[in-house]
Design a protein around this ligand. Structure first.
Ligand code: ATR
Length: 277
């Protein structure tokens, strides 16, 4: 393969962990190439992307705030990107932009790799939040054979909007009633920004959750959110959010290089070393 030219676009972008991940894999697989952070302000998105095409980029990742706005700038979309309505990875082929979404894979793979033999079959799932990440997670869950998804969000209309993804399998629960609807839940997922550094705490009492339920948080700064600490105390199995970041990057790297890399413990440590926990 010729030298890879890739990066991640966003605004702001300097704190992105993606260069650590992709540079690690380039080195591990003895590939030539570069992966840079590229700051593009929202008003410059179209011209910023055209510059990357002119400069011969093979592709790039997309983060806040461009994941949705880039959809209409792509020449083609993968089925996942179309249904999720967001693009986190672009492959540039013959100067055409092909938009993909690997966030759903990152979420599902994180659970499967963190808990041996995890099976979504017959699971009742409770999702807190209905923001951008939630649609990707629901898309991922729909590839599995779960039983039911309950969604609770401060702004209930956003949760109602997600129901169309699987009307017969999704039920909306009032934000104020979330704690009273945990007794039959097998998997609890926080997709809100609550609990993240510089954000308010997620205030929830999960004592109604069965002991054998799993709790996961997509927040990874801090790695052990208050929700996960509470789950540990209650003897619930926990899955931290860092794996979603690592696993969503794997198919992106594969799209550009045809090599599907591993999310090794060493890589996780490297990325976490950069994070103030
Ligand atoms: P993203 O698209 O990156 O996921 P987002 O769309 O702003 O970001 O979603 C953030 C999630 O955190 C939403 O579910 C949001 O709830 P609202 O839809 O009601 O905004 C949730 N969230 C953020 N701050 C919150 C707060 N103080 N209390 C409850 N939920 C909150």
């Amino acid at each position: 393969m010729k030298s890879l030219k890739a990066g991640v676009i966003g605004h702001p972008i300097s704190h992105s962990k993606s260069p650590i991940i992709h540079q690690y894999w380039l080195q591990q697989h003895e590939l030539e190439g570069s992966y840079k952070t590229i700051d593009i302000a929202p008003e410059n998105l179209e011209s910023g992307i055209q510059n990357l095409v002119s400069e011969g980029y093979d592709g790039f990742n997309i983060t806040i705030p461009h994941k949705e706005n880039i959809l209409t700038l792509c020449d083609e979309l993968s089925p996942a990107a179309k249904i999720i309505g967001a693009v986190n990875t672009v492959k540039i082929k013959n100067k055409k932009l092909i938009g993909h979404n690997t966030d759903y894979f990152g979420f599902i793979e994180n659970i499967k790799m963190s808990i041996a033999n995890y099976n979504f079959k017959d699971k009742n799932i409770f999702i807190l939040g209905a923001g951008g990440a939630t649609r990707a997670i629901i898309y991922g869950l729909l590839q599995e054979k779960f039983s039911k998804i309950y969604i609770s969000n401060r702004t209930q209309g956003r949760a109602e909007n997600l129901k169309e993804m699987a009307p017969e399998k999704i039920e909306v629960i009032e934000w104020s009633g979330k704690e009273n609807n945990l007794s039959n839940i097998n998997l609890l997922i926080n997709t809100t920004s609550l609990g993240m550094v510089n954000h308010p705490e997620l205030e929830i009492n999960i004592s109604n959750l069965p002991d054998n339920a799993t709790v996961t948080d997509i927040v990874y700064t801090p790695l052990l959110t208050d929700l996960l600490k509470q789950a540990k105390i209650n003897n619930n199995q926990i899955v931290t959010g860092i794996g979603m970041l690592l696993h969503q990057a794997r198919p992106a790297f594969e799209l550009w290089t045809r090599i599907m890399p591993d999310a090794s413990p060493e890589l996780e440590k490297l990325v976490l070393g950069e994070i103030s926990v």
